[in-house]
Design a protein around this ligand. Structure first.
Ligand SMILES: *Cc1c(COP(=O)(O)O)cnc(C)c1O
Length: 433
């Protein structure tokens, strides 16, 4: 698998380079030079296969010249060791539950696969890989649990003090071993600024081998295609077709993976990118003007993104052909009030508790289905509701089932270093490694 940059189509790097760099020097995003299609025979019989068989097939088609198939097989078995069920809620209404991994969010797919790919490419005796991440909540947990005990790697996670939920904090701070959590007296933006400064700092880069683990990494995108194919397989088993995916979107990595699956031959009738008040993409699809804005805070805080980092990748999939893009991707934005209303409606209609991000996707699906009957609607549930307890009215909150992973966490000791927002403090911390 060779990759170019969205800013330079002549660039041609190998997969390992793209994985360790995350982003090309020209600040574009890495894209596969060639997107192979799955054979029609496989798609026609996809309902006969399990998630791990589908994952292996998709990955081998993309990466067969990159990693020996036997090794790819064990990476996938180790990384994708939980299910992604499609649950029927009502007529033509299905929820794709992506929260059955260790951090209870879909980011487990990307983070677990990426960590194992990085671990695989690291040779024995090579310098330790230092992964730096700033998180507003969900990314940190997935990366921490993804890299936990991966040899030759060390993860440093910065999170804003008091601004992540209790469960998210436990996921960041109870790991020990190669995972270090830093509680920063500031905002998510402060955390991100510290990480950026570290990447730009010559001394630190001379001493440590730094890498990022953010959602633009190509090795996070690939495993997210698996569950789209697998969802289609589950629906096909029930005789369903004309599938519409509604995807709660922030940085647009998740829907980007859906579009990669589509390019590889997954039959999809429509994608709907559902956003909160951070509506850069829906505005663009309406007006043709791409204008980023500072992010605003919402109930669906994992999608509080004003400048979606994966959007250029999506434009590149369609080679800037806006008409083709607009046909397959619709996008809608919803307010906090609508989100809360949707959480209640979902609970009352289906007796189901959806997290705020998930509820936004359901809203977009319902709006689409009003004008387009006969489609099979799937909305993606990106996180377990227990990660966002403060949003729910008491009677719904009481119905949230706490998964066993969480019960285990609460017994563990919280380990975090407390820092202010100055780069000197952070640098001194890293220099002690
Ligand atoms: C990260 C996240 C999203 C947004 O996903 P993108 O790939 O950034 O669009 C949505 N919901 C939850 C729960 C998340 O953690």
């Amino acid at each position: 698998m060779k990759l170019y940059s969205t800013n330079n189509h002549d660039l041609n790097v190998d997969f390992a380079t793209a994985v360790f760099n995350s982003m090309p020097l020209d600040k574009g995003l890495y894209m596969p030079v060639h997107i192979p299609e799955l054979d029609q025979e496989f798609i026609n019989h996809i309902d006969k296969f399990t998630l791990s068989q589908i994952a292996y097939k998709v990955a081998s088609v993309l990466m067969k010249d990159t990693i020996p198939l036997e090794d790819l097989h064990s990476i996938i078995d180790d990384a994708i060791n939980f299910e992604a069920p499609v649950v029927e809620l009502g007529r033509d209404t299905y929820v794709l539950e992506l929260f059955h991994g260790p951090s209870l969010a879909f980011k487990d797919f990307g983070a677990r696969f990426m960590s194992r790919i990085m671990g695989y490419f690291l040779k024995d005796n090579e310098k330790m890989l230092d992964v730096l991440v700033a998180t507003s909540g969900d990314t940190g947990g997935a990366v921490a649990l993804g890299f936990l005990n991966v040899p030759n790697t060390r993860v440093t996670i910065l999170y804003p003090k008091g601004k992540v939920s209790e469960i998210q904090e436990l996921q960041l701070c109870t790991n020990g071993d190669n995972i270090h959590a830093i509680e920063v007296d500031g905002t998510f933006d402060d955390c991100q600024a510290l990480v950026k400064q570290a990447f730009a700092d010559e001394d630190l880069n001379g001493k440590l081998r730094l890498t990022s683990a953010n959602s633009i990494n190509i090795s996070r995108l690939i495993p997210q295609t698996f569950y789209y194919f697998n969802a289609y397989a589950q629906l096909k088993r029930q005789g369903k077709s004309d599938v519409v995916f509604a995807v709660p979107s922030g940085n647009f990595g998740n829907i980007g993976a859906g579009l990669l699956a589509y390019k590889m031959g997954l039959p999809v009738k429509q994608f709907i990118a559902a956003t909160n008040a951070n509506d850069t993409v829906p505005r663009f699809l309406d007006t043709g003007v791409y204008e980023t804005r500072p992010s605003v805070q919402t109930y669906a805080n994992a999608m509080d993104v004003g400048a979606p980092s994966n959007w250029v990748r999506i434009m590149d999939f369609f080679k800037e052909d806006e008409a083709a893009l607009k046909q397959i991707v619709k996008s809608k934005s919803y307010t906090d009030e609508q989100t809360l209303r949707a959480i209640k409606d979902i609970f009352e209609t289906y007796d189901y508790v959806a997290c705020p991000h998930t509820a936004i996707a359901w809203l977009a699906l319902k709006e689409y289905q009003k004008d387009n009957s006969g489609s099979t609607g799937v909305f993606l549930s990106t996180a377990h509701a227990c990660k966002f307890p403060d949003i729910f009215p008491e009677e719904i909150k009481a119905r949230i089932e706490i998964p066993e992973q969480v019960a285990e966490l609460s017994k563990k000791e919280k380990l975090a270093t407390h820092l202010d927002t100055s780069f000197e403090s952070f640098k001194a911390y890293l220099n002690r490694y």
